[in-house]
Write a protein that binds this ligand. Structure first.
Ligand code: PYC
Length: 316
């Protein structure tokens, strides 16, 4: 029998499952190397934590590990129903709130070591954190792709810790407004956009796959600037406004001169939850977004992987 302790939380509605004990031994060294060992030798563990019957398609896992950088509260590797994530904004906020729940950190500044670098966080209360993300940028603007059933769709390619294609949903004829009830149509539309990107060879820098598609339109609620819908790599949509997606959006706004350093950008999700984003420019002139959101711990659980359970490693 192998048992593991997980802490479940949700950040603006999007779930994170932090594995705090019972995870695989990935050895030492940089987090990017440990991610590769995780992928190569322990993918069954990823599947058992996030796939049904223990998980769901929307769930993002966060394996907590010993950091190499002593300034960091923990190392973390994010994963989902189809693989591994470079970074995860909602997940980083969820991990910070989880560490507070476990009494491993106090309010104030803390750092997480991820495979793409150190992420600084300010824990503002036991349920609210601001993450300072990795440098984010617009890579290409006004890219046109021919999408099955939708015609020509134009959008920007941007990096916010993951690769995004961002398109204005009001420019796509026949698309329902971003609201509960429209998830099936929006999921299908964004899947087709993703397929068109692959077909037409549109990538991020160095040929990187664009694995997130983000639609945006004017906000519904007072005080918000925009509403979005983000298709994640495993075809689930993000219930939160997506931390890395909001970072990519902020990078596009900065590139257009539509958002100045220090100005707030309030991004709401399909379910109406919010992140408040802003950015600063670092010494190299790069856009460093920060994202503030709320998370709540909603489970402190032992997962059991029974040796005779035919679905010990998940379904699918
Ligand atoms: O918040 O960055 C994010 C994220 C990525 C995928 C799901 N959430």
């Amino acid at each position: 029998m192998s048992n593991l302790r997980v802490i479940d939380s949700h950040t603006a509605g999007e779930p994170t499952r932090a594995v705090v004990s019972g995870g695989p031994d990935l050895g030492g060294g940089p987090m990017a190397e440990r991610l590769r060992r995780f992928e190569k030798h322990h993918d069954d563990f990823r599947r058992s934590v996030v796939l049904e019957p223990r998980g769901s398609d929307a769930l993002v896992g966060a394996l907590l590990c010993e950091p190499t950088d002593g300034r960091c509260a923990t190392g973390v590797i994010f994963f989902n129903n189809v693989g591994y994530l470079n970074m995860c904004g909602h997940g980083a906020i969820g991990v910070a709130v989880t560490l507070a729940y476990l009494e491993r950190v106090e309010l104030g500044e803390l750092r997480l070591e991820t495979p793409i670098g150190v992420v600084s966080i300010v824990l503002r209360s036991p349920n609210e954190a601001s993450i300072e993300n990795v440098p984010s940028y617009r890579f290409r603007s006004g890219v046109a792709v021919a999408v099955e059933g939708l015609g020509i769709v134009r959008g920007d390619v941007a990096w916010g810790g993951n690769w995004f294609f961002l398109a204005d949903s009001t420019s796509i004829p026949g698309l329902a407004p971003i609201a509960l009830g429209a998830e099936p149509q929006l999921t299908e539309a964004t899947r087709r956009i993703k397929a068109a990107l692959v077909r037409e060879g549109v990538t991020g820098r160095d040929g990187a796959e664009i694995d997130h598609v983000e639609l945006f339109e004017p906000a519904v609620s007072a005080g918000a600037d925009s509403r979005n819908f983000v298709l994640c790599p495993g075809a689930a949509y993000d219930r939160s406004p997506c931390g890395t997606g909001t970072s990519a959006k902020v990078a596009c706004l900065a590139a257009e001169g539509a958002l100045q350093p220090g100005e707030d950008w309030v991004q709401e999700s399909l379910i109406g939850s919010r992140f408040v984003a802003r950015y600063r420019l670092n010494a190299e002139g790069e856009v460093i977004p920060s994202i503030t959101g709320q998370a709540f711990v909603c489970g402190d659980t032992t997962l059991i992987r029974h040796p005779q359970d035919p679905f010990r490693d998940g379904i699918g």
